[in-house]
Write a protein that binds this ligand. Sequence first.
Ligand SMILES: Cc1ncc(COP(=O)(O)O)c(C=O)c1O
Length: 365
Amino acid sequence: MARPLRAEIDLAALCRNYHTASALAPQSRSMAVLKADAYGHGALACARALTGLAPAFAVATIEEAVALRDGGIETPILLLEGIFEASELAMVEALSLWQVVHSEWQLEAVLAYRPRRPLAVWLKFDAGMHRLGFSADELRCHWARLRQAPERVTDLHLISHFSTADLADDSAFQAQHAQVRALGEALGAPLCLANSPATLQHPPAHGAWNRPGVMLYGSNPLEGMLPAGVALEPVMTLRSRLIAVRTLEAGEAVGYGGRFCTRTAVSAWSPPATATATTAMLAMAPRCWSTASAAPSPGECRWTCLPSTSPRWPMPTSAARWCCGGAGSMSTRWRGTATPSPIPCSPVCCRGRRGSICRRQSRRR
Ligand SMILES: Cc1ncc(COP(=O)(O)O)c(C=O)c1O
């Protein structure tokens, strides 16, 4: 294959990030979220690296779980969206999967199914995300029904997903957390609440289990800085050879919709994972490429080289690492840093995870 782009995955960094997540919550067990092919990092390789460290993995679909089992992964796996049809329960049982139940039809399917051994169920409460889950009244009722079916259901947990744990203004988070705590206490339920942001900045939300995802891959999901003393390492490094050199004047717009414009002259073009990422890289390039001496240190540039022209996506200020190779080659190392980052500085965002860069790219596809 001639495409001169490589994504290198640092599995040791993944494991160190996992250690960071679990060390932040010593009273909890941390299941590593490997959904969406481990956020584009390769689920099986990540699962193998984390085997023996993480007591469980979480994925979105049964296909993802099957791929891990086929790859020899025996660690418990939670299906975050549960089954998509009742016939999948046989597979859930055969593969010893744990399942979220967030809908009435799933509940009825579980209660109608006759397993050889009871199935682990994580009943989902909608604390305010309003994607999946039951209201408090529904959940109390369903919890009682599941408790009355020990031949079918075991290891009942209460799971919920915060919608605003990443924000600096924690008022909505506090309300959601208080609600789910009260519910959990009333039911005597083991809780699984914290995603990466809650793992990082809301220790009271740590439960019997936490579910860190994006932080494992090195991205700071917080609106603000990482807590003091916490560092995350980038897991993915993109390396590319330049395929063309363009020379643009400062202030010229680049790419679809002219959403980015250069602050300084630009002279680099590479074939990274997505065209919009290319745009970002191109807009970043000048300081380290054509005016390397102006970079803060050799091979380093600032995201501030990438001025978004849209007021909806203000400029990130965090640093990204940009290593210039020899003539005609370069590599990037994007770093989720401790500085405010409206667009998370990680190639995770190139893979459709989050941030304006990937959102705009996906609309173009
Ligand atoms: C239900 C659920 N839990 C946990 C996570 C992990 O979240 P994060 O990547 O913010 O850590 C996700 C990811 O989207 C999720 O959908």
